[in-house]
Design a protein around this ligand. Structure first.
Ligand SMILES: Nc1ncnc2c1ncn2[C@@H]1O[C@H](COP(=O)(O)OP(=O)(O)OP(=O)(O)O)[C@@H](O)[C@H]1O
Length: 986
């Protein structure tokens, strides 16, 4: 082996060993780091890039790179530490997604000594952020990226006195600089808190723990928060004692009103939650927050209430895990979101979670949507000429306040301000255009037709609304921003914008102009030297052979290709700098001198300029308040335009629903569609009517074959109602809708998020929550209730609930079920009606089941009394043996089961109990099961070994169950859940 090669190999080997030793050191240090809190992703900043290790490395590989080939294994151990690297851009995108979509916490660690070596052993946590607290990473992750979802953090305090549970809630949206409070009494299922978390769109919830006495309630509350998909952060009350909330608020809040004199201060429990929130978000540590926050009270009753189950069943928001169908159109939000601005996108998400109950405001939104639907030109002008160019004023103004803005931000606002007069003109003209083009033009002396009159009043309404909600504000803002416009024009060199240079005008400041003059003289000198050298070398100064360049290392210098570089050899006045593949870099004494001068001058210029930039930004920040309100108007226009565009772009355009006064009218939809399903590829959607008429058919039971379209039908009705209450048009040919105070859902046993309880239990809990909350003005959607348990128990539950809802609550209900016996309720209660989804059945002796079945997805009145499950299994290509077996079993069952003769005969054990007794009983069963679970968990692992011969662990656990039951028996009987009832139900 040649000596040279040998020494290279040796060197490589040594290097490899060194690397491995460094890795080993790191692996050891990594193992000693404190454990990661649950749901946290930890990245390590290695200056040039970021790294994730261990489980985090797998997570990044699987979720971001979607392959494990990116993984490397560190250290000399066989099963090394998995590691993955992320470039700065990739890490930022990953962290943004982790925080805002995947609902994870993130941590960024740095080497303590500032070293970056692979073997760094001391690391420190430099940034930690969570979905509701983006503050620490906001500048790193969101400076140049739109923040499309509001990071809402909620802090909750629970007070229990005389068995009354009072909840004090504080919430903050740091991106909007808004604080809020709410205080209310809640039931044991914490239904109000559930509705509140959904209305606020909470991302993270700070649960403040206090005395042990209420641990049971607090645990229940935590389960509920989890069910709403909100990240929980637990803190002890003792962590938040320092400081006075009043003093803090005096500093944080806008306006001169003393915090203590605000009505929010009356909510004492909520105020202590505010204190915790301020401390957790470290709001007092950033002076740019002072005087920047607003405080409001959130009134739950101002909006329709939605439960967590409704949020999922209606596919309101995109799937946060990104695991399900990620198609944009699979969520109502994705479907409606044609917003052009980030502020519009955020507002749309809020509207969807806060459907209105105030008819006046619903009609206002509807009218505006209608106005935009009617004129394509108007809509397009607003979207293309204005909305597309509107920046996120709110985020920029926040950067102004922080002093973190750049001249580019100042210019972006300026460019948008320039557009305002145009927007005002378009909005003023928009409705006039309709006057000219419309058929409704009125002429003097002519008899005006009824339709024309209506048309005129409609346009008058539009005009009035555009004036009141948009134009008035825009004109005022336009005026207030005129001085801003002037300020920018006098200070910023707008002629440089084409080159994407954001600089201060040199003649704006005398000393800046002087430096600029000097700089230009140096530039002239540089050009002269270029020409001089070209002359000396006998070349053209056109840059073709002799390149005159500016490099980071040498500043201005010349470059000749290698071939040409011979001309400067042995010439004393040329100084060689670097010889590389793309040529020879060289300079001259004079150029060196000029280069130094140029560098000094530029530095001086930049220094002077940066002072002026600071001043400009400071002036710009005095416009923050105007920018904030302008932001609100632009977001409003954007959302209305977005809804109008989506309404029109649907396969069949949506229609304007008639909305009744609160408490009046019935739901009547004709040719209703599911907005998300009808746009999916390969679906030929069948529209259906739905009439939930008061006192006639307000409670509808839907039966029919599996996969026959029952769920879609009931869910689409709820989606239509929700769309109507946010002011949108709806996917129907005709729609009359009452104002619902809530949409409550109980759907599919499979989607229950309740942990540690049986499916039956989960159903009981969710359903008792519905029974408690529903009013006459609620829309209740129940699907597949009782599936998680035996047929008998499930039916019992379904019957009891239906009876209660239809006779006591009198809510509008759609109940999809497989229990045919439930249809008997229509014989007892006049306003209960049966519907069924139609399937076409034809006999076909060639098939295993002897029948051919075609699902028609059409909803018709009456009962469907055939079970099609097996046929559907066949349609879904189940193996022949399975279909045959199923058929045989079903036939056996048919012979065996006697159909109930009357509804009474079918009544289950708990049907006669009141909803309160059902709720009490279910709570008891839950407590009983919990006790049993905790006792069995405490049983020694080797219980089976210690158990008497022949007894398995299961036997031991069962014995424990009987013991627990005996303890609970008297309580059960007190609540009406006799042994007989329990035995029948479980
Ligand atoms: N109106 C419709 N038009 C076209 N296709 C439909 C319609 N309704 C439902 N479908 C299709 O049928 C599928 C099953 O519908 P759905 O889940 O509503 O059935 P289901 O009766 O609730 O079934 P199961 O009883 O098994 O829960 C849907 O995913 C959709 O593809």
């Amino acid at each position: 082996m040649p000596a040279l090669q040998y020494s290279k190999e040796k060197k490589d080997k040594e290097q490899e060993q060194k690397d491995k030793a460094e890795e080993d050191r790191f692996v050891k240090a990594f193992a000693k780091l404190p454990a990661r809190p649950a749901g946290t992703i930890r990245l390590f900043d290695r200056s040039e890039f970021y790294c994730a290790y261990g489980e985090d490395a797998f997570f990044v590989a699987n979720h971001h790179y979607k392959t494990q080939t990116v993984l490397k294994y560190l250290g000399s151990n066989e099963d090394g530490l998995p590691s993955v690297t992320l470039s700065h851009a990739v890490a930022q995108a990953f962290l943004r997604d982790a925080l805002t979509t995947k609902q994870l916490r993130v941590e960024i660690w740095e080497p303590e000594s500032g070293g970056v070596g692979r073997g760094s052993t001391k690391w420190k946590l430099v940034k930690a952020a969570s979905p509701g607290n983006l503050g620490p990473v906001e500048d790193l992750l969101f400076t140049y990226t739109d923040l499309l979802a509001s990071p809402v953090l909620v802090a909750i305090r629970l007070q229990v006195k005389d068995n009354v549970k009072t909840i004090g809630v504080a919430f903050a949206d740091t991106s909007m600089q808004e604080l809020g409070v709410s205080e209310y009494v809640d039931n044991e299922l914490f239904s109000n808190t559930e509705a509140l978390l959904i209305q606020l769109g909470a991302k993270e919830c700070l649960v403040i723990e206090q005395d042990k006495a209420h641990e049971y309630d607090l645990n229940k509350l935590k389960t509920l928060i989890e069910r709403c998909g909100v990240v929980i952060t637990e803190r002890k009350k003792s962590e938040f004692t320092s400081g006075s909330v009043e003093q803090d608020l005096n500093r944080l809040l806008r306006g001169s009103l003393q915090a203590a004199s605000r009505p929010e201060f009356d909510h004492k429990i909520a105020m202590s939650a505010v204190a915790a929130l301020i401390s957790y978000l470290a709001l007092m540590q950033d002076s740019s927050n002072f005087g920047a926050y607003a405080l409001r009270t959130h009134d739950l009753s101002m909006y329709m209430r939605l439960d967590a189950s409704a949020l999922r069943a209606l596919n309101l928001m995109p799937d946060p895990t990104g695991l399900g169908n990620s198609s944009k159109t699979m969520s109502v939000f994705g479907l409606l979101n044609r917003c052009k601005t980030a502020q519009g996108t955020r507002l749309l998400a809020m509207w969807l979670k806060q459907p209105l109950v105030n008819r006046h405001v619903i009609l206002q939104r509807q009218d505006l949507v209608e106005c935009l639907v009617e004129s394509q030109e108007f809509r397009q002008a607003i979207t293309d000429d204005f909305l597309k160019s509107m920046p996120d004023f709110h985020r920029i103004s926040k950067r102004f306040q922080k002093g973190a803005a750049s001249l580019e931000d100042v210019v972006r606002v300026y460019q948008a301000v320039l557009l305002l007069p145009g927007l005002v003109t378009v909005l003023e003209r928009g409705v006039e255009v309709e006057d000219e083009d419309g058929d409704a033009e009125m002429q003097d002396g002519e008899q005006v037709e009824n339709g024309a009159e209506k048309e005129e009043s409609r346009e008058k309404r539009w005009k009035g609304l555009i004036e009141e909600l948009w134009l008035q504000h825009l004109r005022t803002h336009n005026e207030s921003l005129l001085p801003y416009q002037e300020m920018v024009e006098t200070t910023i060199d707008l002629s440089e914008l084409d080159r994407h240079n954001f600089v201060i005008k040199p003649d704006f400041d005398k000393s800046l102009a002087a430096i600029r003059e000097k700089l230009e003289a140096v530039r002239d000198g540089l050009n002269e030297e270029h020409e001089e050298v070209a002359r000396d070398l006998g070349m053209e100064p056109d840059g073709k052979v002799l390149h005159f360049e500016q490099t980071t290392l040498y500043g201005y210098c010349f470059r000749l290709t290698r071939k040409e570089s011979a001309v400067i050899r042995n010439k004393k006045n040329y100084i060689e700098l670097k010889n590389q593949t793309n040529g020879m870099y060289f300079t001259t004494k004079a150029l060196k001198q000029l280069n130094d001068e140029y560098r000094d001058c530029t530095k001086e210029y930049e220094k002077k300029q940066s002072q002026l930039v600071k001043e400009v930004i400071q002036i710009a920040s005095s416009y923050c308040e105007v920018l904030e309100t302008l932001n609100t108007v632009i977001a409003h226009i954007d959302v209305i335009t977005s809804i109008a565009t989506s309404s029109l772009n649907a396969p069949i355009p949506y229609t304007k629903p008639t909305i009744f006064e609160r408490g009046g009218g019935s739901l009547k939809l004709e040719e209703a569609r599911h907005p998300c399903l009808e746009v999916q590829e390969g679906i030929d959607f069948i529209a259906n009517d739905c009439h939930l008429e008061r006192d006639v058919s307000e409670f509808s039971i839907i039966t029919g074959p599996n996969a026959g379209g029952k769920s879609v039908f009931i869910r689409q009705t709820a989606v239509v109602a929700l769309l109507a209450q946010i002011g949108s048009f709806v996917p129907c040919s005709f729609a009359e809708i009452p104002i619902f105070d809530s949409i409550l859902c109980r759907v599919g046993a499979g989607d229950s998020q309740l942990k540690g309880v049986s499916t039956f239990m989960a159903e009981m809990l969710e359903t008792s929550a519905i029974l408690r909350q529903a009013t006459r003005d609620s829309l209740v959607i129940i699907d597949e209730l009782g599936r998680g348990t035996s047929t008998y128990d499930g039916f019992g539950l379904a019957w009891a609930i239906s009876e209660h809802l239809s006779t006591v609550t009198r809510a509008s209900v759609l109940f999809a079920t497989h229990f045919h016996e439930l249809t008997a309720l229509a014989n007892q209660v006049p306003h209960v009606k049966n519907l069924h989804v139609v399937a076409h059945v034809e006999s076909n002796p060639d098939t295993l089941t002897g029948k051919d079945i075609t699902l028609l997805y059409k909803v018709m009145p009456g009962i469907c009394d055939q079970s099609f499950g097996i046929h559907v299994a066949q349609l879904a290509n189940f193996p022949d043996e399975v279909v045959k077996l199923a058929k045989r079993k079903a036939d056996d069952l048919e012979d065996f089961t006697e159909k109930p003769e009357s509804a009474d005969a079918a009544e289950p054990a708990i049907a006669h109990l009141s909803p309160e007794a059902i709720a009490e009983g279910t709570a008891l069963v839950e407590a009983f099961l919990e006790t049993w679970a905790s006792r069995t968990a405490e049983l020694p692992a080797a219980a089976a070994d210690e158990a008497p011969a022949g007894e398995t662990r299961e036997d031991v656990e069962l014995k424990e169950l009987v013991r627990c039951f005996e303890e609970y028996q008297s309580k059960f009987e007190g609540s009406g859940w006799t042994r007989e009832v329990l035995a029948k139900t479980y």
